[in-house]
Design a protein around this ligand. Sequence first.
Ligand SMILES: Nc1ncnc2c1ncn2[C@@H]1O[C@H](COP(=O)(O)OP(=O)(O)OP(=O)(O)O)[C@@H](O)[C@H]1O
Ligand SMILES: [Mg+2]
Ligand SMILES: [Zn+2]
Length: 495
Amino acid sequence: MNYVALYRKYRPDTFDGVIGQAHIVETLKNQIVHDKVSHAYLFTGTRGTGKTSTAKIFAKAINCINNKDGNPCLKCEVCKTLSGNNMDIIEMDAASNNGVDYARDIREKVQYPPTTGRYKVYIIDEVHMLSQGAFNALLKTLEEPPAHAVFVLCTTEVHKIPATILSRCMRFDFRLVPTPVLAQHIAWVFDKEGKQYTQDAVNAIAVAAEGSVRDSLSIADRCYTVSEDCLTYDSVMSVLGVSSRQKTAELARAVIANDTAGILMSVNQLVSEGKDIARLTKDLATYFRDMLIAKTCSNAQQILMSPDDVYKSIKALADSVDVNKLLYAVDSLSRLEGDLRYSISPQILMEAVLLRVASSSGEVDYQGLDRRLSRLERQPSNVNADTLLIVDRTNANSIWSGVKAEIDRLGKPLLTAVWKEIKPSLSGDDFVVSCNEGEYNLISTEYLQLLQGIVTRLVGKQLVLQKTTTVTTQDVDKQLRQLGDNVRFENKTQK
Ligand SMILES: Nc1ncnc2c1ncn2[C@@H]1O[C@H](COP(=O)(O)OP(=O)(O)OP(=O)(O)O)[C@@H](O)[C@H]1O
Ligand SMILES: [Mg+2]
Ligand SMILES: [Zn+2]
């Protein structure tokens, strides 16, 4: 028999098999029990947390004729038919079918009634990949769906979904699954497979999966093959790349000891072995965070879920450092994670940050603060710190000015041509910025994340980026000319 990957073999087929998403599962089950099924749902959240699986279960559950507390019975004729190839559960991947023709095709076919059960269910995965035209066509369908149609749209990037679509869907946010729940799930899978393991091994897999169930099962799969009999912590570590882990710990030690040569050599060695700077920064930040937990929490070992000896070495190292220095390290490294995206020489940036952390005691540098304060006092026009206070949450333009001021302060402006075209508005709890397709495409995902971060800090709203009118050839021509005229980066607040 062909080998089936664990994450495919253990795809849950009832709601009760979905872990870590009780808030969603309970609501869906209730809707089914009380016959209150809506016609459009949006499932969003990180990769591998159960969106597609839940959509498939839901599709079966609303059709099952022998429903058990909202769960599909899996035994009735309908459940059986819908488990195989069938015409009523239509799964499509918007990543490969993103054109307007496809959406029009749905619009036509959705009119035909289901062949097996009560509902015809369209599960559209990666829905953020649809083109503007396809979204428009889909919108028409969502506005006047036939009574037998249910749409489940799944996406990891909800900010790319037009507000018009969002407002027609019932939205469910899938959460990262807590580490202990993941560990329990992996142990359950290993038990089913008759695989022996130690608790430390299972914990290590769960920690490495960072909240994604699919990742946890993929790692478990890789670990499977390396150990014939009982899976141990060490074999999991070797699969995850223990050598680089030890080296991360060495680098952390060099930082704590303020050993300049050691820091530069460690970084160099890791980079020459092909370790990515962004990944290294993340690992190192995690290591310092673990030390901080070990130093300050009484139930640290429980939180970190590490085996005794690993925990002891982290704890011993943590005890040799001042807590302020650890805080300073975590803070600097998290900031560095963001800054790296915009840096053209990430290694130099990282080395500079590490040397600064190494030489600092973590204590507040009052003299330095004093110098900075008096410099600020001399240049009042440069003070942007209070932008956070003067934004009117109920006014889109006011929010947008705040965002722009913050962008300026961070020194990360967009092309002038893009700024000029953006129109802010408010829709419920969303802060919507719309622009033409040309500008839309110039805004990268990373940049959007930066904007989202600012909007969250300013007013705690969800940012939605929207494409406005369909672009005509003349538009494109006009924009290209404008771009040609205006290619320069904005450095000042627009007056
Ligand atoms: N909440 C969960 N409970 C149980 N198993 C899960 C859960 N989430 C994911 N899995 C496991 O991971 C596999 C993939 O899950 P699924 O396709 O539902 O994730 P997804 O959220 O749609 O991911 P993506 O964003 O990558 O499409 C499933 O087959 C299952 O083995
Ligand atoms: Mg999916
Ligand atoms: Zn059934």
